[in-house]
Design a protein. Sequence first.
Length: 89
Amino acid sequence: MVTVLMTHEVKDFETWKKGFDDGEGLRAAAGVTTNAVYSSVDNENLVTVSVNFPSVEAVHGFMSSPQLAEAMEAAGVLGKPELTILQQR
């Protein structure tokens, strides 16, 4: 299992959060579990999400999914997310 910190700016946090919550089924189908959702204290539209994936390969597969791209666009994600892929030691 790996943990991913995914950071991106969104148009509006509340709109994005609703879209994120609605995407639970898409994440579950890929074996993704959510740890936490954060927003910057200086900019609530700068979001970081901590999620677990079964493997690094699953991260890359999920992130290249056309369904994810559509969901992110609909939720108001601006630009490509910055990913930090971590493994516990």
